[in-house]
Design a binder for this molecule. Structure first.
Ligand code: RIB
Length: 311
């Protein structure tokens, strides 16, 4: 069994289905309302556990009902919460999410306690990094903490993963501490310094030159591309599914990619595994509820690739 340390955000998601996302100044009459566990860190930790990794979350919630709700959901799913801080200074993070009838979303976050995750929490989690195969980060925690966490987890022998969403400027020293960087096209454009007239491949290789070992660019229904420092680039397909809600799909992809590589799957198979995880996460409303289980991923890969596809 592989062990994954996830450093990141925990939110309660307040979700409303609507015919379209509101434009400036517009009020939209929506449909069903739902509340679910979310936050990129908590989604990835939950997904890693459901994909049968030993999963740890390192993050902060407030001392409130939302915080208790997320903590118990993670614990019930087997996520180790011994490095989840409960803080009195700020409420639990909240996300307000609009999901359209096509399954697309737009998200506004109130970071709350997530902004209290500091370097001290990274030092305090050293024993977790020491015993983990990989450490997985996103950008809903303070960038300084992410930088410190990447450095420390790398020093303690973890493979490091950064899902750099939402994109924020990062200190230069960070790039060389990233083994696997996962970006969507928007984030790729943000991080590449010379964007004009550059192809995805040119922007990706520019980022690899900063010291990143491997870059995955996700492209939703188009699948994605993998760029390897000094290796062969390749693309991977998306699975064809009926999207109900794509909230958390990239989190499921990241957790799947990380777990697959920790288990020693070759890169191409890991990308396919991750793509299946992302597809399954689009088939249900809500982030936590849609994080896929290992048997569902195996079934999707088995159906799509025939019996000779071994996991
Ligand atoms: O990636 C999806 C997540 O982004 C949601 O669960 C929301 O909480 C925001 O963090």
């Amino acid at each position: 069994m592989s062990t994954v340390a996830v450093v990141g955000s925990l939110n309660i998601d307040l979700v409303i289905r609507a015919p379209h996302c509101p434009h400036k100044g517009e009020t939209v009459i929506g449909g069903a309302f739902g509340m679910a566990g979310g936050g990129k860190g908590s989604n990835q930790a939950l997904a890693a556990a459901r994909l049968s990794a030993k999963s740890h979350i390192i993050g902060c919630v407030g001392s409130d009902d939302f915080g208790r709700k997320i903590k118990s959901a993670l614990t019930e799913n087997g996520v180790d919460c011994s490095h989840l801080q409960t803080r009195k200074e700020a409420p639990t993070g909240t996300a307000v999410i609009t999901v359209t009838d096509e399954g697309e979303n737009s998200i506004v976050i109130s970071q709350g306690a997530n902004s209290l995750l500091d370097d001290g929490a990274m030092t305090g989690a050293m024993n977790v990094f020491e015993s983990s195969d990989a450490a997985l980060f996103q950008m809903e925690s303070p960038p300084k903490t992410v930088a410190a966490g990447l450095r420390l987890s790398r020093q303690h022998g973890c493979m490091t993963f950064l899902s750099a969403e939402p994109p924020f400027s990062l200190p230069n020293e960070v790039w060389k501490n990233i083994d696997y960087l996962i970006l969507n096209e928007r984030a790729l454009g943000f991080y590449a310094s010379h964007k004009q007239h550059k192809s995805i491949s040119e922007m990706a290789h520019e980022i690899l030159k900063r010291g990143v070992r491997c870059l995955a660019v996700t492209q939703s229904a188009k699948g994605g591309m993998i760029f390897v420092n000094g290796g062969e680039d390749f693309s991977f397909d998306a699975f064809s599914i009926r999207a109900v809600d794509n909230t958390g799909a990239r989190d499921a992809f990241c957790a799947g990619f990380c777990v697959a590589l920790c288990e020693g799957m070759p890169l191409k198979r890991a990308a396919k595994f991750a793509s299946a995880c992302g597809a399954l996460a689009c088939t249900k409303m809500g982030a936590h509820p849609s994080m896929p289980w290992r048997h569902q991923v195996s079934a999707l890969l088995g159906e799509a690739h025939g019996d000779d596809y071994e996991l």
